[in-house]
Design a binder for this molecule. Structure first.
Ligand SMILES: Cc1cc2nc3c(=O)[nH]c(=O)nc-3n(C[C@H](O)[C@H](O)[C@H](O)COP(=O)(O)OP(=O)(O)OC[C@H]3O[C@@H](n4cnc5c(N)ncnc54)[C@H](O)[C@@H]3O)c2cc1C
Ligand code: FES
Length: 264
């Protein structure tokens, strides 16, 4: 699932261009792609990869894994949910301040085109994002050909992270638990796995368990996992994931795993 080095290739400090709230407790952080010390710029990450991020100054020792949400010639963007100290610092970073980045890390989502190679025709594609898990899936979906995928996004309340998706998806389906937008309820209320040949998902573990079970008969189903991490370089085994093929490291063997292989 990986045609590039899954270990972090660059490290440096990057200036905050902007940081704005997009929903309660969730911020979009936009960093310059060019290192603050002019020591180069970030190579384009593959959709599904992540970086370790640490605000400067910081009270935490290690960077926190955050998926790439968007990337262009000048900047790289992340969607960050405040959980503890590390994410709170990032969600308070001011324009002009610095953030340490290590990455890009991990494998990537295989594209429908790669999966269909030699097959009978275009695949029916669904992208599923739950809460902050919408970030890597939306970033990936925006790299697909417009009109070739359906996008399902489930939130507790106010939706976020869906810029550009409605214009490019064949269908955008939103659910909220409080009914404030879209269909009231969760993913199972709107998702029928039998309509698809390939499914890409990221979200909380209960949602991923549901997707794994629901897509058991779908030819291709991929889950992007968000394990707790430490080194992010494959060395500490702090991010172990159980699979049918034995233990794997979420950081460098994932974060994207075949749903049929991963044990949740
Ligand atoms: C590959 C990958 C990609 C990720 N992408 C994103 C992203 O795009 N945006 C984003 O906001 N977050 C993302 N996360 C989760 C993010 O890394 C954690 O929320 C963050 O590390 C928490 O650090 P903290 O210092 O704020 O909280 P801590 O003080 O470390 O923890 C605070 C609380 O959050 C819980 N927590 C910590 N890490 C996780 C986790 N991985 N999953 C669930 N609960 C956790 C802890 O158990 C604790 O209860 C990703 C994680 C991984 C592994
Ligand atoms: S975080 Fe250390 S091996 Fe994955």
């Amino acid at each position: 699932m990986c045609d590039h080095d899954a270990r972090p290739s660059s490290v440096g400090s990057f200036a905050v261009i902007s940081r704005e709230p997009v929903a309660e407790g969730v911020h979009r952080l936009v960093l310059s792609r060019h290192a603050a010390d002019s020591a180069g710029s970030l190579d384009a990450p593959a959709p599904g990869q992540f970086y370790l991020l640490r605000a400067r100054p910081s009270a935490v020792l290690l960077g926190r894994p955050i998926s790439v949400y968007a990337f262009d010639d000048a900047s790289i963007s992340f969607l960050i949910l405040e959980r503890g100290e590390g994410s709170r610092e990032l969600c308070s970073a001011l324009p002009g301040s610095l953030v340490d980045l290590l990455g890009p890390i991990g494998n990537r989502f295989m594209t429908p085109r790669e999966l269909a190679a030699g097959g009978t025709g275009p695949l029916r594609v669904a992208c599923l994002g739950g809460g902050i898990g919408v970030a890597p899936v939306a970033g990936f979906a925006l790299s697909l050909e417009p009109g070739t995928f359906d996008f399902y996004a489930s939130f507790r309340s106010t939706p976020y992270g869906l810029e550009g998706i409605a214009d490019r998806a064949r269908r955008l389906v939103v659910t909220t638990e409080d009914g404030s937008a879209g269909t009231k309820g969760m993913l199972p209320a709107v998702f029928d796995a039998s309509e698809y040949d390939v499914v890409y998902a990221c979200g909380p573990t209960p949602m991923l368990r549901y997707v794994k079970d629901a897509t058991a008969s779908v030819p291709f189903s991929f889950l992007s996992l968000e394990q707790h991490m430490a080194c992010g370089a494959g060395a500490c085994l702090g991010c172990t994931v159980r699979t049918t093929g034995g233990n794997r490291r979420c950081c460098v063997d994932g974060p994207v795993f075949d749903a049929k292989e991963v044990l949740l």
